[in-house]
Ligand binder design. Structure first.
Ligand SMILES: C[S@@+](CC[C@H](N)C(=O)[O-])C[C@H]1O[C@@H](n2cnc3c(N)ncnc32)[C@H](O)[C@@H]1O
Length: 162
């Protein structure tokens, strides 16, 4: 059984993993893969902007956006035996905003700006300046973003071990 980038949207991921442990067959395996948005960083040559994004992403608001780093404990706490774990950091270092509003496979920087406004990390009137700053940096080739994802594979403990 597998869950990818879904637990981060739930406000009770433990309940979802407990349900996985209820339905997976004995000695069955699960793999859970998810993002830790507190690892998100952006560098466009503006430290104030970067700090705002970093601070905003640390807060979980109504969903478990930093679940990635907690996956191991999450599966263990509902009775699974973790058997493997890994993490990988995705880096975006080039993007042409004239071709696409979003770096490859990512969300648009305008949607990030709107998210910061919603989190009181950016004044609404600064939204356009945020987008312009990131677009101009990308066109200058001075743009990078990083984000780390985590994965854990776990098995159901044999009944005599629970
Ligand atoms: C980023 S997508 C990942 C989709 C797919 N697992 C993948 O890897 O491509 C997030 C998924 O979470 C699902 N999702 C969001 N909130 C949910 C909820 N409360 N209960 C169940 N699924 C939910 C969405 O329907 C969506 O399919």
């Amino acid at each position: 059984m597998r869950s990818e980038r879904t637990l981060q949207w739930l406000n009770d991921p433990a309940a979802a993993v407990a349900e996985m442990s209820r339905v997976v067959r004995p000695q069955g395996r699960i793999s859970v893969i998810d993002t830790d948005w507190s690892t998100f960083s952006i560098d466009v040559g503006d430290d104030v902007l970067a700090a705002r994004v970093r601070n905003a992403m640390r807060d979980e608001r109504g969903r478990s956006s930093n679940i990635g780093r907690r996956l191991h404990d999450l599966v263990r706490d509902v009775g699974f035996e973790p058997i493997a774990g890994t993490q990988a950091t995705q880096t975006w270092s080039s993007w042409n905003p004239n071709d696409s509003p979003a770096p490859d496979g990512c969300f648009s920087l305008r949607s990030l700006a709107e998210d910061l406004v919603a989190r009181d990390q950016l004044a609404a009137e600064d939204c356009d300046r945020f987008v312009t700053t990131t677009h101009e940096a990308a066109l200058r080739g001075q743009f990078s973003m990083t984000l780390t994802m985590y994965a854990v594979v776990a098995t159901v403990k044999p009944p005599h071990e629970t």
